[in-house]
Design a protein. Structure first.
Length: 134
């Protein structure tokens, strides 16, 4: 079986083709920085934080509210977003304004860094060396 989409390791502890993962920071209340490992995905039309991660950091983030969005997953299922956050996002010292929705990833990822944030950072992904430039 070959996973079409996963940030988890295979049964042997190795990945045949590794997804691009990088720490992303969010500016929280009173200047507090919240760091989360993000999976970069040009195919994701929304950036999303896993609900279990969000539950642990939402008191530090602030600036969030319940969401009315419904998100269509890769398998076609439609899921209600739990919350939305808007604020300053940082990668490697570069900042941009961004937002994300919140839902349970079932362990697939902690933060899905989708196309809107990639556009906000003017990101360029070099697949040959697997680097993202912002």
């Amino acid at each position: 079986v070959s996973d079409l989409y996963s940030a988890a390791e295979n049964d042997k502890g190795k990945q045949q083709c590794a997804p691009f993962l990088h720490y992303t920071s969010f500016l929280g209340l009173h200047g507090e920085i919240v760091r989360v490992k993000a999976l970069f995905n040009e195919g994701a039309m929304t950036s999303v934080m896993c609900a279990s991660v969000f539950d642990n950091v939402k008191h530090r983030l602030g600036n969030w509210h319940p969401s009315s969005k419904h998100l269509r997953m890769a398998d076609g299922a439609v899921v209600q977003s739990e919350a939305v956050w808007k604020g300053e996002v940082s990668i490697g010292g570069i900042q941009a304004q961004g937002e994300f929705e919140v839902l349970c990833s079932r362990g697939g990822w902690k933060f899905l860094f989708g196309k809107p944030l990639l556009q906000a950072f003017k990101a360029i992904h070099d697949y040959e060396v697997d680097e993202v430039q912002v």
